[in-house]
Design a protein around this ligand. Structure first.
Ligand SMILES: N[C@@H](CCC(=O)N[C@@H](CS)C(=O)NCC(=O)O)C(=O)O
Length: 118
């Protein structure tokens, strides 16, 4: 499989990339990263030294893409057809999601160390 997505299921930035992949029916290999696990964390840092999720690895293009918004644009450009007119017309929809959806998810993550991190 060409695409591998490194993510954590409770990480809201990862949801953006997952939505883009699932909504477009794009096959990918899901790789769950646990930064508290030494082996998982080391394997992820070897792919992406910044260790921020999500990260998309495209083996066919030998590209590693970080940043959820860039991942969505990369997927759109290479796997769903490039539509610069739509991006210009609607602006950066996923940036709006960062600002509006992220805070709504915060109560779901209470009790975790996410509040300290964010
Ligand atoms: N601007 C980045 C933010 C990525 C980000 O902060 N991801 C969080 C999970 S939602 C993360 O990797 N946190 C781990 C850490 O900071 O150590 C994006 O849009 O992908």
């Amino acid at each position: 499989m060409s695409l591998k997505l490194y993510f954590h299921p409770l990480a809201s930035f990862c949801h953006k990339a997952l939505i883009a992949l699932y909504e477009n029916g794009i096959p990918f290999e899901p790789i769950i990263v646990d930064l508290r696990d030494e082996v998982s964390s080391a394997a992820f840092r070897a792919i992406s030294p910044m260790a921020k999720m999500p990260v998309l690895r495209d083996e066919a293009r030998s590209r590693t893409v970080a940043e959820s918004t860039i991942i969505i644009e990369f997927v759109d450009a290479h796997y769903t057809g490039y539509r610069p007119d739509a991006i210009r017309a609607h602006g950066c929809g996923s940036c709006l999601a960062d600002a509006n959806v992220g805070p709504l998810l915060r109560p779901l993550r209470s009790g975790t160390d996410a509040e300290d991190r964010d």
